[in-house]
Design a protein around this ligand. Structure first.
Ligand code: ATP
Length: 617
């Protein structure tokens, strides 16, 4: 995946985060396969093969043929050493040396071409599989519940989509190449050795079985340390993500040294795990080297004696020795394959854990269209992780009218919006639109029918116009411009060098809070949905823009079912109904004048605000 895609993954992840600021119940994050590591590894590899690799089988077969050519060349080379020594150098004749030299040159050319082509094929397949997996992961992630993004922070998810797929690609490519080419090399060299002298071969390799147990024992260690190392990498990414997003607070509170220290600790933890994992991977080749030294010495003594006794020729010995010397390199790599597979499995496990997470907020099998009509909450209960937030909430927002929700911070106002848009589902009670339960409506239809302007505006790193267009992707330029005008976006955009085509910067960082809010309002205007949810839509505006936007919102709200959350009561005076929430229940409702006359919680809050005191009810 090109580097340019990284900001996109990042934006998507953060966009969801800021747009919804809601959490639902924890979702499964582990692959639910057999607890036995070998069975799990087989299961994961089987899935990878089936899902992504099988389609490349024809090219893999071509690569296998090329690997066979590349692997066999070393055997042929070792074989040719014998006539070179016995028939030419030993016999003092240079006849035929030219032919042998030509043959060796051709062998190397063939090896180079086969090696180049097979590497290209394998790496290309690896890249294709990786990018396919990345796209699949992103598609899957975007379908998951909002709660998943709370439980798994953006840094950790980016690490899975990028880090784990790339780690897998590197390991898989080298494993496949090693398995193919090195196995053939091994077979061809062993053939030369065995045809030369099976006793020497036995002597040279007699120590190898000793390695079986240590190599097997090391597998579990590699799997564990590789998993820990990937997790440490995810924590690092999460910390970086938080750090860069919180850069302003870090600077204002002079936390640079504190953050550097925290990062240093995390880096150390990562380093520890990464070194452990590499130690495991480096152990096998080292053991092969020790065994190979014993093999060389044994053959040298035994074979040397036979040459001196005239039982064997120098050419035979040199040919055998060449094959033996060439044998240990592929053997070293092959000894590491199991370890590499284990490290790859650690990443694969984390990837499939994401792919196995299932959304719990699903559309019905026969979705009903969204009807026009009142929005009703009937005895709705909802809690986060067992902590009750809404405790039997009942309210009605009449169709085509404006209903305002007020109440102290944490009363559950934003949760009402989350339930209405089905970012979360209630634990009990019913939510209906025009008499139809939300769960019977199509999710797409429901979300198309609702436009939301939240406290935090999710802007993407594109132009102002493109950000507005997200409200309705097929809107014409004139419609985008009209929405921009109605939301007072043109007021500031027209002063920018590129007007509406000016970039808003990553997460809208090139705009002020008020400007971002106006873009969000323009987006909602463009969407022109029948239901409008406004969560403090003018909180970031100055008095003048607020007045302009309030007028625009009033126009927008006309004829639409509007729910508006407001802390500043002055903004909702004209609402058709004001609902006062406290600790997840409705404690008062009515029009402004009625509630003031009642002299209850609303009137108290109003008086406090009028006196300039921002105190909860
Ligand atoms: N993702 C979450 N996980 C756990 N608890 C949450 C989560 N989101 C909200 N809450 C809790 O739910 C309660 C209601 O939150 P909500 O955002 O609906 O309140 P609110 O009335 O909109 O507050 P404010 O006026 O401050 O925006 C709060 O006590 C809050 O701590």
């Amino acid at each position: 995946m090109p580097a340019a895609c990284l900001p996109r993954i990042h934006r998507v992840s953060h966009g969801l985060d800021t747009l919804h600021r809601l959490r639902s119940r924890t979702l499964p994050t582990a692959v639910s396969t057999s607890a036995h590591p070998e069975a799990k590894a087989r299961h994961l590899l089987g899935r990878l093969w089936h899902d992504h690799v099988r389609a490349h089988l024809p090219r893999l077969l071509v690569a296998a043929v090329l690997m066979t050519i590349e692997g066999a060349t070393l055997g042929v080379l070792a074989y040719m050493v014998q006539p070179l020594f016995d028939d030419m150098f030993g016999a003092g004749s240079m006849d035929g040396v030219g032919w042998i030299a030509l043959a060796i040159a051709l062998i190397f050319v063939a090896r180079a071409i086969a090696g180049f082509a097979q590497r290209l094929i394998i790496v290309t397949i690896g890249l294709k599989v990786t990018t396919e997996l990345q796209s699949r992961l992103v598609t899957h992630l975007l379908a998951l519940d909002i709660g998943y993004f709370r439980d798994n922070p953006p840094g950790a998810l980016i690490e899975r989509v990028r880090g784990d797929t790339l780690a897998l690609q590197g390991l898989a490519s080298s494993t496949v190449m090693s398995l193919g080419r090195d196995t053939i090399t091994l077979v061809s060299l062993l053939t030369v050795m065995l045809t030369n002298d099976w006793v020497w071969t036995l002597l040279a390799l007699i120590g190898l079985p000793l390695l079986v147990l240590p190599i097997m024992a090391i597998q579990g260690y590699i799997r564990k340390t590789a998993t820990a190392s990937r997790e440490a990498a995810a924590r690092l990414s999460t910390q970086l993500d938080e750090m860069f997003h919180g850069i302003q607070s870090i600077k204002l509170n002079r936390l640079e040294a504190h953050e550097t220290g925290r990062f240093g600790e995390e880096v150390k933890a990562f380093l520890r795990q990464a070194v452990r994992s590499q130690r495991g991977l480096a152990a096998n080749p080292a053991m092969i080297d020790v065994i190979s030294a014993a093999g060389f010495v044994a053959v040298l003594y035994f074979g040397g004696g036979q040459i001196v006794a005239g039982e064997k020729t120098v050419g035979e010995f040199m040919s055998f020795f060449t094959a033996l010397a060439l044998l240990f390199d592929p053997l070293r790599r092959l000894s590491n394959i199991a370890g590499q597979i284990q490290a790859g499995i650690a990443s694969l496990d984390r990837l499939y854990a994401v792919l196995e997470a299932r959304p719990t907020i699903l559309p019905p099998s026969d979705p009903q269209p969204v009807p026009r009509g009142d929005i009703r909450f009937e005895d709705v209960r909802f809690g986060y992780d067992g902590l009750p937030v809404l405790q039997g909430l009942s309210l009605t927002a009449a169709a085509g009218q404006t209903t305002a929700l007020v109440g102290p911070s944490g009363a559950g106002k934003t949760t009402v919006f989350g339930l209405l848009t089905r970012l979360i589902d209630p634990d009990a009670g019913a939510i209906t639109i025009g008499g139809t339960e939300l769960r019977r409506l199509g999710l797409d239809g429901l979300r198309d029918a609702i436009a939301v302007v939240g406290q935090e505006t999710a802007l993407f790193d594109a132009s102002i116009a493109q950000n507005i267009r997200l409200g309705r992707l097929d809107a014409t330029e004139a419609e985008v411009r009209a929405a921009a005008e109605a939301a007072s976006v043109l007021e500031f955009a027209d002063n920018l060098p590129q007007g509406l085509d000016s970039p808003v910067g990553p997460r809208g960082s090139a705009l002020s809070g008020g400007q971002r809010q106006r873009v969000a309002i323009a987006r909602a205007m463009l969407k022109a949905a029948p239901i409008l949810l406004l969560d403090e839509p003018t909180s970031a505006l100055d008095a003048r823009s607020e007045q302009l936007v309030q007028e625009a919102l009033a126009r927008l709200a006309e004829g639409r079912t509007t729910l508006v959350i407001a802390h500043r009561l002055s903004t909702i005076r004209d609402a058709d109904k004001i609902v006062v929430l406290d600790r997840g229940r409705v404690i008062e409702e009515g029009r402004h004048a009625d509630l003031m006359a009642k002299n209850g919680a609303y009137a108290r809050l109003h008086d406090l605000q009028a006196a300039g005191v921002a105190t909860p009810l």
